[in-house]
Write a protein that binds this ligand. Sequence first.
Ligand code: ZN
Ligand code: ZN
Length: 246
Amino acid sequence: MQVTFLGTGAAMPTGDRYQTGILVQEDDRTVLIDCGAGVLQRLEQSGVGYEAVSTVLLTHHHLDHVADLLPLMKARWLAGEEHLEIVGPQGTKALVDDLLSVFEYLDGRLELQIREVVPDDEFTVAGFDVTSYETRHSVPCLAYRFDDRFTFAGDSEAFAGLANFADGCAILAHDCSFPDDVDVSNHPTPDSLGKTLSGVEIGRLYLTHLYPHTQGRHEEMRRSIAEHFDGDVRFAEDLQRVTIES
Ligand SMILES: [Zn+2]
Ligand SMILES: [Zn+2]
């Protein structure tokens, strides 16, 4: 399995990190998790291309996770692709309908399949077996686990339920929006993330959803996490590709 971080930033630009997008691939299967602003460009730069993405899995409906959905639809339509499946939490169908009602000329250009999933669900998406878990965020948000290989925590505070959900996974990609001195809710601090992951078996932790506040402070954030979590901790970068052996 290959995981490619397309966008490792969040709602405020850093200049080098686009908004959330993660590509999961194995053999001829491809799913794009989230589609924030810049992800369409990163797809092209990754060599995978938007033509290869016929399934998008959304964690939640914040703009920095869905902003490039319409641009992806339009690009696929112009390239002659005929369909797109969008899977996400409750309200995904209404979101897509509302987006298309603003840009009516895009309505009907692609055959859209919309599927809504719930927390603690087990389902197949683009041929991958996935389980879902509700995170702690300001709007309903789902974390997704791809068997024992990859978990994406979406946007979330750090908490034991989510840590248990990811326990035993080779790779966990977790929101780490801000350094410790930023007073934050709905996202973790490095300290809270380290404490929550203490004793949890994760092959490697990738930190993502990075706000500009984190620039120049990676080492300090890593140390804060390492005070409680003794696993391998890295900062994800846009276009970084990670291969996970099965
Ligand atoms: Zn969010
Ligand atoms: Zn976000």
